[in-house]
Ligand binder design. Structure first.
Ligand code: FAD
Length: 497
């Protein structure tokens, strides 16, 4: 089968690896100057920055991808476990280390007056059960809706996922202390959703992060993109960079190829689109007769949060920082309400700082730190821009960090680079600048994402954060793996007929 893939984000690359391993003829067309999509990099005078993902979880998904191609991941990448997993800072000066070492974690949470061991054990046990259930169904095939999920589970299993409860309601059942609730609730921001709206099944992230661990790739996470590119070369896949697709070509509601902005045609038996599905319907399929009907379903799949990112090369080290750090807000419910319901940046945002130099001295010059500062902000509404807010919001973020212990931070910035929601939209086609694709919301979509196989156009597939199973490095990799398998199944069924 001849396949054209639009976009060399992690999902596009994973689909290509899996299809090439199944002996299909694959070509990737990427608009940017290098592969990786949101997993990207910036470098300046010895400061190295991953500009997108900095937290790697569920490394088994990458291992599975390489196994499909008959390779061993360890021959391409060196993964190291990050310790502690996180450090949390609250405005009142209290801190906590989130640590998979149970004794350390137990001691840490006991100082918050919680019921210590029982609370944590019961919570982690529950999170693991949710994860195991998800692995059996949601992570194992191209699920489109509840009907598909039902085929994978007994009713008892579906009910065990607490479909009507939110992540926050779940966290409250295990921890009475509000700071601990905030700590565990915040994990769901890792997939760009609000703990007050996201389905309880996402409480599994406690197990994902503490049970399976938080990982780093030696040399920075961009090494994943480099490794995929090397493997694709070995598998004979053609990658054209700086090649923007203008149109997905169809005939009788079947995808038959793509047209580049330069006017070049690539014919194909199947087209895989790694550009977010909603953006693709607005741009690459804007003249298709089914567009209006598809666009009418958009509100169900509204974008996840976006982000304001500052890459700061600083001329000193802030010893109090671990590899991953959260600077929490005083009032989490207000913060989430502002971002997810009022759709305005929070007055007092939680701020994430990643310092890969803590685990890997090659990431910053000696005695200096590479700070990746991420504040989640609402996705842009159509026609909106973040540029009018950028200066004021930068001040809010920098002042908060200085207030919370990063003394004179603004004086120590030697090099700085900013990504706004506008940049995420312009660089990668992310809807509203979304970081993780589609939001997980019990009421809007029940946590289901856009289907990988287009129900409207035959031989057209969508992969990546806006599609099943969702955003983040492991999920988009799974979307590629699962989609490639579905394509193979379709082909085999057609051959048998
Ligand atoms: C700031 C930030 C922090 C993040 N932190 C984490 C984290 O810590 N851990 C984690 O797991 N995940 C994190 N994520 C999310 C993760 O990066 C994404 O879920 C994942 O990388 C998305 O991959 P993708 O394949 O879905 O799409 P993308 O990476 O968006 O790739 C889409 C590709 O399609 C290309 N493209 C678009 N339009 C066209 C066109 N017309 N023609 C040709 N090519 C086109 C784009 O250039 C791009 O390369 C973060 C993301 C961001 C932005």
């Amino acid at each position: 089968m001849k396949v054209v893939i639009i976009g060399a984000g992690l999902a596009g690359l994973a689909t290509a690896i899996s299809l090439a391993a199944k002996k299909h003829d694959v070509t990737i067309l990427e608009q940017g100057p290098r592969v990786g999509g949101k997993l990207n990099l910036r470098e300046h005078e010895g400061f190295q920055f991953d500009t997108g993902p900095s937290i790697l979880t569920m490394p088994w998904v990458l291992e599975k991808l390489y196994q499909e191609a008959g390779r061993n991941l360890a021959d391409y990448l060196t993964l190291v476990r990050v310790k502690p997993e996180w450090r949390g800072f609250w405005p009142d000066g209290s801190t906590i280390d989130m640590d998979a070492d149970f004794v350390k974690m137990h001691d840490a949470i006991t100082t918050f007056g919680a019921n210590g061991q029982q609370d944590l054990l019961a919570y982690l046990d529950h999170a693991k059960k949710l994860y195991d259930l998800t692995e059996k169904g949601f992570y194992s095939s191209t699920i489109r809706h509840l009907g598909d999920l039902r085929k994978k589970h007994s009713l008892r299993e579906l009910l065990a996922m607490n479909p009507t409860r939110s992540v926050h309601q779940n966290t409250q059942r295990y921890f009475r202390d509000e700071k601990l609730q905030q700590l565990f609730d915040f994990l769901v921001m890792y997939v760009g959703s609000s703990p007050y709206d996201a389905p309880a099944v996402l409480s599994q992230l406690g197990h994902v992060q503490l049970g399976l661990g938080v990982w780093y790739v030696e040399g920075g996470l961009y090494q994943i993109a480099r490794a995929h590119e090397k493997l694709l070369q070995e598998l004979g896949v053609t990658i054209h960079l700086n090649t923007k697709i203008a149109k997905i070509e169809t005939k009788n509601d079947q995808a038959v190829g793509v047209l580049t902005e330069e006017g070049e045609h690539y014919a194909a038996d199947a087209v895989v689109c790694n550009l977010e599905a909603i953006t693709a319907w607005r741009t690459l399929l804007k003249d298709h007769p089914k567009r209006e009907a598809v666009v009418a379903t958009e509100s169900k799949f509204s974008p996840s949060v976006s982000g304001l990112v500052f890459l700061l090369g600083v001329d000193r080290q802030y010893e109090q920082l671990a590899h991953h750090n959260f600077f929490f807000s005083k009032e989490p419910q207000k913060e989430f309400d502002q971002v997810f319901h009022d759709q305005v940046p929070a007055d007092d945002p939680t701020i994430y700082i990643g310092v890969s130099a803590r685990s890997d001295p090659t990431q910053a010059p000696q005695g200096k730190d590479n700070l990746f500062v991420l504040t989640h902000v609402p996705p842009l509404l159509p026609g909106e821009t973040f540029s009018t807010m950028e200066k004021r919001y930068r001040e809010i973020v920098m002042k908060k960090l200085m207030r919370m212990g990063l003394t004179d931070l603004d004086q120590h910035v030697q090099w700085s680079y900013t990504f706004t929601p506008d940049d995420l939209h312009a660089l990668y086609g992310a809807n509203g600048g979304s970081i993780y694709g589609v939001v997980s919301d019990r009421k809007k979509n029940g946590g289901f994402k856009i289907a990988n196989e287009s129900p409207d156009i035959e031989h057209l597939y969508f992969v990546g954060g806006s599609t099943h199973p969702g955003g983040g490095v492991p999920m988009v990799t799974l979307s590629g793996l699962l989609t490639a398998q579905t394509m193979q199944d379709r082909l085999e069924t057609a051959v048998r007929r």
